[in-house]
Design a protein around this ligand. Structure first.
Ligand code: UT7
Length: 339
């Protein structure tokens, strides 16, 4: 028995923010951002629009792509849920008309898609569910200091969703073995210090004495993260290729988390994967954390870069630190372009 990819859908906020738009308020340039990250523009939620809204839209598209609206569970991976409590998934399930199915969030930042996919596969493998809707959804730009040039240009908002169904391991779309890992000794490299139980929200909001305003926003040490990202994604990709029994030339498409185009290219170089096998959409969406890989897969499908029967390697890395990889042979899916 296996979990098979049966549907895929995405959502992006309408608001396009170019590098030039950002640089009106930020001490940076389009050239710096494009050269150092590969990003030209990203989408940002409008006032009043939240992660839940994007998750519902992506979820609806994934259910449509799967051709059936029933599922037995909803899992949402997000690091920018609408509220600290409750999870966003029950509301998403409700708004999608899925009734009282089990629904929960998980938080694994940029590796959220891999961790969530593993959880969804686990529900099917354990017999808890026959069909699972799994959504990676983020409005993470709301958690980034718009005045911090080290982080503001990097992130974008969006959501990507998949439907998994019970199937056979030899079917196209059967999600392969996973490699997952973490290193909490480096947790401070990418963190939002305030708002949790350590710097308690009960002590006040932004600007409250004792909680510096910037602690409500993301803190990131880009350089060491970059090095970790390349090392971890490369090692994790190799581990999964070993488990699935593929060698590097067997990989038709490398769908790596879009944190920085230089990271993705560096991983591909370490793996000796040619550039034309590397999927890239960061130029248009930035780093969308848990939504990154499904949005990338949608982009690759609608551009004709990813076709049924092709072998796909997925790999991600993010805060935690955490990382993960898996592989699958692409199934025949009808996928709508996300505009
Ligand atoms: O999603 C998973 C987790 N996140 C990541 O994996 C992020 C990994 N890191 C990165 O992608 C890169 O480190 C960044 C894109 C964040 C930064 O690029 P970098 O090439 O590592 O730049 P840097 O931080 O080493 O900074 C180089 C220079 C510095 O100036 P000096 O000290 O050399 O004079 C920065 O102050 O670039 C400066 N700088 C900028 N200049 C213009 C940093 N950000 C900007 C900016 N515009 N936005």
């Amino acid at each position: 028995m296996a979990a098979v990819l049966a549907g895929l859908g995405g959502a992006l906020p309408a608001g396009v923010v170019t590098n030039d738009d950002l640089c009106r308020e930020l001490d940076s340039t389009h050239e710096w951002i494009e050269t150092r990250t590969g990003i030209s523009e990203r989408r940002m939620v409008a006032a009043g629009q939240s992660t839940r809204d994007l998750a519902v839209e992506a979820g609806a598209r994934a259910l449509k792509s799967a051709g059936r609206s029933e599922v037995d569970a909803v899992v949402v991976a997000t690091t920018s849920a609408d509220r600290l409590c409750p999870a966003v998934a029950p509301e998403v399930a409700h708004q999608l008309g899925l009734g009282t199915v089990p629904a929960y969030d998980l938080t694994s930042a940029c590796s959220g898609f891999l961790y969530g996919l593993a959880s969804a596969v686990g529900h099917i493998a354990s017999g808890v569910a026959d069909r699972v809707l799994f959504i990676g959804a983020e409005a993470f730009t709301t958690m980034v200091n718009p005045g911090d040039r080290g982080t503001a240009p990097i992130f974008g908002d969006g959501a990507g969703a998949v439907v998994l169904r019970r199937g056979r391991p030899d079917e196209p779309g059967a999600v392969g073995p996973f490699d997952l890992g973490s290193d909490g000794s480096l947790a401070d490299l990418l963190a939002i210090p305030a708002g949790g139980s350590r710097q308690r929200s009960a002590t006040g909001g932004p600007g409250h004495e004792g909680v510096p305003a910037e602690d409500w926003f993301l803190h990131m040490e880009g350089r060491p993260l970059y090095v970790q990202a390349v090392e971890r994604m490369t090692a994790s990709s190799r581990a999964v290729l070993d488990r699935v029994g593929w060698s590097v030339p067997d990989v038709d498409v490398f769908a790596g988390h879009q944190a920085n185009v230089r990271i993705v290219r560096a991983v591909a170089e370490e793996l000796e994967l040619p550039d034309d096998r590397v999927a890239v959409n960061i130029d248009r969406v930035g780093n969308t954390l848990a939504a990154s890989i499904p949005l990338l897969l949608i982009d690759a499908v609608v551009r004709g870069r990813l076709n049924p029967g092709q072998r796909v390697l997925l790999s991600a890395f993010g805060a935690g630190l955490s990382w993960g990889s898996t592989a699958l042979t692409w199934p025949d899916l009808s996928v709508e372009e996300v505009c």
